[in-house]
Design a protein around this ligand. Structure first.
Ligand code: SF4
Length: 376
């Protein structure tokens, strides 16, 4: 039988394939914008939650609808909405995490008049004491709307079952991530990203089965890159990093042993608590994210301090920050992050990534110099 990674490959190429298959079977499909909306709420309504992805296509028709200085994720999704390629979704949930995402949602809605758009305003301060009931209310409002759209009641029992299923999924992703850290090179960085990305768009039940096959395979394998320079990758808040950059890192003598990226630990690091009512559990997950996010203020921990500890703890000798071009929250935060990393003595390199296909020669030179410096 083909390997798990080979079976995931068609979905990496065509992330909405599982959504089309679900629709063909009569299952409603609800798209979610990054980053924090609880997929469990959609699953408990009997629908398939699908995280919106950035396409590899150049932005063409969308150019007339959204500023060129918006991030690739928002421009790409507007482009697909304008081209009529997102009509398979029964609804789209937009989380108000930044101006570009908010604007993206409004433009998509104008161009998808038959699709219901639901909005959630998350609190900007990650404080359970101050914002738990507000967050529960926000989720309750969307619960009612999702019930109307899918025609299915969302019961507390169904929510609890969904939370248990998704916690299991997060556990398995964490296990794969831990094995990669313990055995560098056992899973290339590109493959780790693709495993997480497919988990964002496939039915969790199917993805769990594949992970249950993949993990014993990884456990049996030995480390393949013990002599390489260990790296930690950070950033890329809303979209999968282009995997040729990760390949470049690993072909130039590096090996990725940890990350805090969206298609990485940011997606699965925080479990939902199971000892509180399900609506509270979903709200608490947002308010108690393990990986801090620069789209909100977290009085408990700063992203810079988090990453300056997580990188060396993973065994990495250096950190590569990947900033999506025009990503405001990340660009505004970056100077602080840089100062904290400098203060903590964590060697780091910043790379700006673009939606459009650009030559990687400049990136190659900088990565090569960084890896050579770390290995000296
Ligand atoms: S957080 Fe950054 S990458 Fe995500 S939508 Fe906003 S600007 Fe784009």
């Amino acid at each position: 039988m083909a390997s798990v990674l080979d079976r995931l490959a068609p979905i990496v190429q065509d992330p909405y394939l599982p959504a089309r298959e679900a629709k063909a079977k009569g299952t409603p499909v609800v798209a979610i914008s990054p980053m924090h909306f609880p997929e469990e709420l959609i699953h408990a309504a009997g629908a398939l939650p699908v995280l919106l992805q950035e396409s590899n296509e150049p932005v063409t028709e969308g150019f007339g609808h959204i500023y060129p200085f918006y991030c690739g994720f928002s421009r790409s999704n507007v482009d697909w909405a304008v081209k009529g390629k997102l009509g398979l979704f029964d609804a789209v949930v937009i989380s108000d995490v930044c101006l570009q995402l908010r604007h993206m949602g409004h433009i998509m809605r104008r161009n998808m008049p038959r699709t219901p758009f639901l909005y959630i305003q998350w609190p900007l301060e990650a404080s359970v004491d101050r914002w738990l009931s507000f967050s529960v209310d926000q989720l309750g409002r969307l619960r009612t709307k999702l019930e109307q759209i899918t025609g299915n009641a969302i019961t507390d029992d169904a929510l609890q079952n969904s939370i248990a299923l998704f916690n299991r999924h997060r556990d398995l992703l964490q296990r794969a991530y831990d094995i990669r850290q313990q055995k560098p090179g056992v899973l290339r960085a590109k493959d780790m990203v693709n495993v997480v990305l497919t988990g964002m768009v496939m039915p969790k039940e199917e993805h769990i089965s594949l992970l249950e096959e993949l993990i014993p395979e990884l456990e049996k394998k030995g480390a393949s890159s013990d002599s390489k320079v260990r790296l930690f990758t950070s950033g890329h808040l809303c979209q999968a990093v282009k995997t040729d950059i990760l390949d470049l890192m690993e072909d130039l003598g590096g090996v990725v042993v940890g990350d805090d990226m969206y298609t990485g630990q940011r997606y699965f690091a925080t479990q939902m608590p199971t000892d509180v009512p399900p609506m509270e559990s979903m709200a608490r997950r947002y308010l108690e994210l393990k990986v801090p996010c620069p789209t909100r203020y977290d009085p408990k921990q700063e992203w810079g301090h988090y990453v300056s500890q997580a990188s060396p703890q993973s065994g990495a000798k250096g950190l590569v920050t990947m900033v999506v071009k025009f990503c405001e929250p990340h660009m505004i935060y970056y100077p602080f992050l840089r100062d904290v990393l400098n203060g903590a003595g964590v060697p780091h390199l910043m790379i700006e990534t673009e939606h459009e296909v650009v030559s990687l020669e400049g990136t190659r030179t900088r990565l090569q110099a960084f890896i050579e410096m770390l290995s000296a």
